[in-house]
Design a protein around this ligand. Structure first.
Ligand SMILES: Nc1ncnc2c1ncn2[C@@H]1O[C@H](COP(=O)(O)OP(=O)(O)OP(=O)(O)O)[C@@H](O)[C@H]1O
Length: 924
């Protein structure tokens, strides 16, 4: 049997057994039991099950042993969707069977309301309020449904009842009793007798006791429609019952009767105007259903589609509809809302049915002329011929509903592309980029989608996403830009509204989703962790889960983030025995500190120290930019674990034993304040319980040169700039201007030495730091003690680089001096010429110039050029003729060296100037 067959067999078997899920005896849902049952290896079963769970096909319960359930089968059981987290950093969906069972019950919740179109969209808030009202112990809370006629108030009231029945909030004896108060508008007496019932003899003809509606709905729901039609007297009696749960039957003012009736009221009127204040005050929940016109276009389409489906079932024939009629119904503003649309569709169907009967046709087509007159009014029609061409089948309408959703389109196209890339083994490195680009397009599309209307809860979701990002950011020491937060917020709102449209993709692209998630995870472990954390937080705060497609999308969204790291250079890791001891200690300490300082590494009790060391090493390796780590362990015996941690370089490790939360908070504060790790350990050794500590210095510190100046930081900064600009190559070497006073006071104790390997200090006067060489700037430029300087630099620069550094230093130093001397020439340009001239002069004369000579020559040459241009004067020389006669060769060299500059500036160097240069070079 091939792997594919076995995999299929495993999934099929699991689907079968999930059909009759019994959470009480869950053993059969474990990998071992499934493997035994199918006679395959446990490893193979476990692999297939885990892969399918990561792809969202199975639901995984992370207990010991781990249990798997087929998601679809569970959903069938629950009549609703079972959320799964899958993919990235996937550990499992549920931490206990209890949790999953709760979720199945919750899914059942939604199933009743899901028949109401918009229950997850524009009506989601109404639905939640209704659930709250009906669930509230002991007899629910009275709720008032507001909305224009036909918006679905009665429909919703009935669903509240069904929901309560399904959830066993209402027992089988609890009835749903509906009263249209409009029928009693002019007959309060009749209403009261019907509502409260009457006793024999209450009035003429009352020959026996009769139960009222309240008694009939005891333990159930009483729906009072058009409640505004009740007289004040009726309203008063009603609110008395709502207050006390007691009433008198008509004709018996002595006895109190009690009933636990859940009251749902509805009105099309403004309750402030139409109801007594005393009544409205007693209604804690009031919710308004939006008019059809105010609902998203997508929902209108869904309603129309479902109404056509209902008619299909009623007449047991396939229905088709011409495009014109379909769009006309959609565009028409039904003042009677959904109710009127229902009537409109029924009228069309009835007319079309009659026609199809007349013509003996199997299929029934709704044409324009089947629409009711009021809908056709003012319509400029199409010809019948054009109509014929635009006949839409129900299948086409269904597809249109699906593809309208941008989130579906985006994911479908992306997954198709991913499938192609994986199949053709194209460069997978492009996957992230392709996904990001497609995601940005999708973001643009939903931002400018005129069809999409904001759900009333969008603002709330946006706010939650913002808070979650900020919280997670704070913990991880990163800042998300507002734009990034906005994008994730938009995605979440769209996902909550339309994410279910991607359900079909889960199965179709199951393999690709799992694979691409794995690739992304490997490529970007940091984002994967961030993503997992954000998903967890969002799940907790929004109360919504993401399926595998949603997780993939969120991962892509996060990978586009311009995360600004507030670089955590020092972190604390706590290592503790127990299932989640370390993580909860870390979380508590971080909470107390208000910063993300500690990470927790949990460690099962029976694991060897080698295994722990390996786990820590893996963990440390994926930390970016961390230079120092304080590793706190719960047992002193673990202190030598560092000897087993392999492959960690460039990190200083401080080990502290016998950790406690108090100690963690103390250390966390030191870390937060930037205290060097060795100092933290010193402080811990003074701590009263004296935990054992070790300091393992292993980090290569960045090399640095400190520049100082007794006159102030300004000069120190200029020196640092001069050196930095003169470096011919980019090195790790840092030039750090430092405060002279603090350096001479604190000496080697200055914190800079903790962080950097200081090569030497350069400046205008020696701060006298023991054991750290000092070089005066003057000496460096004059090249005094050049051997010592060269020796100090040899750690970072090669001989050739050092030579270039020296040349650059002289040039840059000269330039800083020149700036004050030149008035019209651009110093930068002229010094370039001077540099070339000096270099050529050394080569042609064969005389290596000292730095001092070079600085002089730079200044002289640059000033000479400006002087010759501006003032047209030259220096005088005593016996120019003789010099010209004797030094022909030198004059030739100089002319050659100056050729380019002469041409550029349009001048000729007089012999007297050349004679001066000769004196300067040869006779100082
Ligand atoms: N969201 C919806 N999804 C599907 N069908 C709906 C929806 N809302 C209303 N309907 C249908 O529309 C029709 C009218 O709804 P309903 O009678 O509940 O409106 P109403 O607000 O109570 O109207 P009225 O104020 O006139 O009593 C019903 O047939 C109902 O099934």
């Amino acid at each position: 049997m091939t792997g594919k067959d076995t995999r299929h067999q495993v999934l099929e078997y699991l689907e079968q057994i999930t059909e009759n899920t019994d959470f009480q005896s869950a053993e059969k849902y474990s990998a071992a039991s499934i493997a035994g049952r199918l006679n395959i290896s446990r490893t193979a079963a476990s692999q297939y099950l885990n892969e399918a769970a990561a792809a969202g096909i199975l639901v995984k319960v992370n207990t010991r042993p781990v249990y798997f359930f087929d998601r679809r089968a569970l959903e069938r059981k629950a009549y609703g969707s079972i959320p799964v987290q899958a993919g990235m950093g996937f550990q499992g969906n549920y931490s206990s069977l209890d949790e999953l069972e709760q979720e199945v019950l919750r899914a059942k919740d939604d199933s009743v309301f899901s028949r109401m179109i918009g229950s997850k969209g524009s009506l989601s808030y109404n639905v939640e309020q209704c659930k709250a009202a009906i669930t509230y112990p002991k007899a629910g809370l009275p709720i008032l449904l507001l909305g224009e006629t036909g918006t679905g108030k009665s429909y919703l009231a009935r669903m509240m009842y069904e929901y309560a029945r399904q959830k066993d909030i209402i027992g089988p004896e609890g009835q749903y009793v509906s009263v249209n108060c409009a029928e009693y508008a002019n007959n309060a007496e009749l209403f009261l007798t019907n509502l409260f019932g009457y006793r024999k003899g209450a009035y003429t003809g009352a020959d026996k006791d009769r139960k009222g509606l309240i008694a009939m709905s005891d333990g159930g729901v009483l729906f009072l429609d058009e409640v505004h039609c009740l007289s004040s007297q009726c309203q008063e009696k009603l609110f008395h019952f709502m207050d006390k749960g007691q009433y008198h039957m008509v004709g018996d003012n002595e006895r109190w009767y009690t009933a636990r009736t859940r009251i749902v009221m509805a009105t099309t009127e403004n309750p402030e105007m139409a109801l007594l204040k005393t009544l409205t005050r007693r209604i804690p929940l009031v919710t308004r259903l939006a008019a059809l016109e105010d609902r998203p276009q997508q929902e209108k389409k869904e309603i129309l589609y479902s109404l056509l489906c209902q008619e299909e079932q009623r007449i047991e024939r396939q229905i088709r509809i011409v495009g014109g009629a379909y769009h006309r119904i959609l565009e028409y503003q039904f003042s009677g809302n959904v109710g009127e649309m229902v009537n409109c569709v029924r009228t069309c169907s009835a007319n079309a049915y009659l026609d199809s009967q007349r013509h003996g046709e199997e299929q029934m087509t709704i044409y324009m002329h089947h629409l009711p007159d009021y809908v056709l009014k003012n319509y400029v029609g199409q010809s019948e011929e054009t109509e014929e061409k635009s006949v839409l089948t129900m299948e086409e309408l269904r597809k249109e509903l699906q593809v309208q959703k941008k989130i579906y389109l985006f994911n479908r196209d992306l997954l198709r592309q991913i499938r192609r890339i994986l199949r053709e083994q194209e460069d997978i490195a492009d996957l992230v980029n392709i996904s990001r680009n497609r995601f940005s397009q999708y973001m643009d599309e939903i931002s400018f989608d005129t069809n999409r209307e904001d759900s009333p809860k969008d603002n709330l979701y946006m706010e939650i996403v913002k808070q979650v990002c900020q919280q997670v950011g704070k913990r991880r020491g990163i800042t998300f830009s507002n734009q990034d937060i906005l994008n994730v917020g938009r995605f979440i709102c769209d996902y909550i509204q339309n994410g279910s449209s991607c359900g079909a993709l889960l199965r179709e692209y199951e393999g690709e989703i799992a694979k691409v998630q794995e690739i992304f995870r490997r490529q970007d472990a940091a984002h994967d962790k961030l993503c997992t954390e954000l998903i967890c937080e969002m799940r907790n705060n929004l109360g919504k889960n993401l399926n595998a497609v949603g997780i993939l999308d969120l991962f892509i969204a996060i990978s586009t983030f311009a995360v600004q790291s507030e670089s955590r250079q020092t972190i604390g890791i706590v290592l503790a025995h127990g299932y989640s001891t370390a993580s909860s200690m870390a979380a508590t300490a971080n909470d107390l500190l208000g910063n993300h300082i500690f990470d927790g590494v949990d460690m099962p009790v029976n694991v060897s120290s080698e295994e722990i060391a390996r786990k820590i090493a893996v963990y440390i390796r994926q930390l970016h930019g961390v230079k120092d780590i304080i590793l706190m362990v719960d047992f002193g015996s673990l202190l030598d674990i560092y000897t087993k941690i392999d492959g960690i370089h460039d990190i200083n490790l401080g080990m502290i034993g016998d950790t406690s939360l108090k100690l963690m908070v103390m250390i966390g504060e030191y870390i937060r304040d930037g205290m060097p790790i060795s100092k933290i350990l010193e402080a811990v050794e003074d701590y009263k319980f004296r935990p054992e500590c070790h300091y393992i210095e292993n980090r290569k510190k960045t090399m640095a040169i400190l520049s100082v100046c007794a006159t102030g930081m300004g000069m120190a900064e200029r020196i640092a700039d001069l050196l930095a600009q003169s470096l011919p190559v980019t090195t790790e070497l840092k030039m750090i201007p430092y405060n002279y006073g603090s350096l001479s006071d604190a000496g080697r104790q200055s914190p800079v030495f903790e962080k950097y390997n200081v090569l030497f200090i350069i400046g205008t006067s020696d701060p006298g730091v023991e054991g750290v060489p000092y070089i005066s700037l003057d000496n460096m430029i004059q090249q005094h003690n050049s051997d010592e300087i060269n020796g100090l630099f040899s750690k970072v620069l090669s001989r050739e680089e050092l030579r270039q550094f020296n040349d650059n230093l002289v040039k840059n130093f000269s330039l800083t001096n020149l700036v004050g001397h030149l008035t019209i020439l651009n110093p930068q340009k002229v010094i370039e010429f001077a540099e070339k001239i000096i270099r050529l002069l050394q080569i042609r004369t064969g005389v290596p110039f000292k730095n001092k000579t070079k600085v002089g020559l730079y200044i002289h040459i640059c000033c000479m050029i400006e002087r010759l241009i501006v003032d047209k004067v030259c220096v005088s020389y005593e016996d120019v003729e003789r010099f010209e006669e004797d030094k022909k060769e030198f004059i030739g060299i100089v002319r050659e060296c100056f050729q380019e500059a002469e041409k550029y500036y349009g001048l000729a160097i007089p012999v007297s100037e050349i004679a001066y240069l000769y004196e300067y070079i040869y006779n100082g």
